[in-house]
Design a protein around this ligand. Structure first.
Ligand code: DGL
Length: 277
C-alpha cells in the first residue's frame, strides 16, 4: 500500500537524476524525497538490457522496502529498458519514467516532427524515445545517437568549454556538414547527464534546433500522478531530502553538488547496500 505521508522515491544510476529532483522540488517543496544513486554500478548506459533490468529492479525493491508513495525513474537508461517491468513490480505504487514526458515535450515543441535523440548506448538500443514519439506522431522521423562520452564529461564537471564542444562536434558535427534532407528541429537530451552539456551541444547543432530536456516535464507528470492518486502531502513545512548512494560519498557530494547547483557535503549522503533486500 502507499499513502500520502510517505516520501517520493527517485532513483538514478548516479547523481545525474538530481536534475529531475530539482524540478520536482521546485514544484512540490513540501514533499519529503528519498534520492537513491546507484553509484556502485554506474554507468548503466553501457550495460546489457538484462543487467540494467536487474539493477533497476534491485533499486526499486530497496526504495519500496524503505517506504515510498511513488517511484520516479530519473535514469533514462532504466526508464528505456525497465519501465514496464518496474510498473508491474511496484504496483500499487505508481511509477513515473522520463522517456514519455520527454517524447511528449518534443512532439509539442516540434514544427516538423523530425527529432534527434541523444542518449546512452543502452537507451538508443531500445529505441524507447523513437517508439514513444511514434505513438504520438506516427509520421515523425527520429534519429537516435549514442553519446556515451557526455556522461564522463558531465561527471567531471567539464560540460562546458573546448573539450566538451570538441566531443560534441565528434558525435554531432556530421549533422551540420551533410545534407540529410529536412533537418530535425528538436534534439532530446535523453540522458540525465546531458543537461550539463546543453550549451556545448547547442553550439554544435546550431540555433535552429530546440533542445528538449525531460526533467521539467517529468516533474510535471509526478505532480499530476500524485494528484490523480490523491497522494499529495498535506504538510506545510519544507520537505526533507535524503540522499542515498551505493558507494563513494565524496564523489557523490562533489559531482552531485554540480547537478544540484548548491554544495553537498559527504555527511549529507548515506551509503546503503541495496543487495541486503
Ligand atoms: N543515468 C543514465 C541515463 O540517464 C546516465 C548515466 C549512466 O549511464 O548510468 O541514461
Amino acid at each position: 500500500m502507499t499513502n500520502s505521508a510517505l516520501p517520493i522515491g527517485i532513483f538514478d544510476s548516479g547523481v545525474g537524476g538530481i536534475t529531475v529532483l530539482k524540478e520536482i522540488r521546485n514544484r512540490l517543496p513540501h514533499e519529503d524525497i528519498i534520492y537513491l544513486g546507484d553509484t556502485a554500478r554506474l554507468p548503466y548506459g553501457t550495460k546489457s538490457t538484462s543487467t540494467v533490468e536487474q539493477y533497476a529492479e534491485g533499486a526499486a525493491k530497496f526504495l519500496l522496502k524503505r517506504g515510498i508513495k511513488i517511484l520516479v525513474v530519473a535514469c533514462n537508461t532504466a526508464s528505456a529498458v525497465a519501465l514496464k517491468s518496474l510498473t508491474e513490480r511496484c504496483f500499487p505504487v505508481p511509477v513515473v519514467g522520463v522517456v514519455k514526458p520527454g517524447a511528449n515535450k518534443a512532439v509539442v515543441e516540434s514544427d516538423n516532427q523530425r527529432h534527434l535523440i541523444l542518449a546512452t548506448e543502452a537507451t538508443t538500443r531500445e529505441l524507447a524515445y523513437t517508439k514513444a514519439i511514434l505513438e504520438l506522431e506516427p509520421d515523425a522521423v527520429c534519429q537516435e545517437i549514442a553519446c556515451p562520452m557526455f556522461v564522463a564529461l558531465a561527471e567531471e564537471g567539464w560540460g562546458e568549454g573546448k573539450i566538451a564542444v570538441s566531443v560534441a562536434d565528434k558525435y554531432l558535427g556530421f549533422f551540420k556538414d551533410q545534407d540529410h534532407g529536412p533537418a530535425p528541429d528538436t534534439a532530446i537530451l535523453g540522458c540525465t547527464h546531458f543537461p550539463l552539456l546543453r550549451d556545448s551541444i547547442s553550439q554544435v547543432l546550431g540555433e535552429g534546433i530546440k533542445i528538449i530536456d525531460s526533467a521539467s516535464t517529468s516533474a510535471e507528470q509526478v505532480v499530476e500522478v500524485l494528484r490523480e492518486y490523491k497522494l499529495k502531502s498535506d504538510k506545510t513545512a519544507v520537505g526533507r531530502v535524503e540522499f542515498l548512494a551505493t558507494e563513494g560519498v565524496e564523489r557523490f557530494a562533489r559531482v552531485g553538488g554540480n547537478f544540484l547547483g548548491t554544495q553537498l557535503s559527504k555527511d549529507d549522503i548515506e551509503v546503503v547496500d541495496i543487495n541486503l533486500f
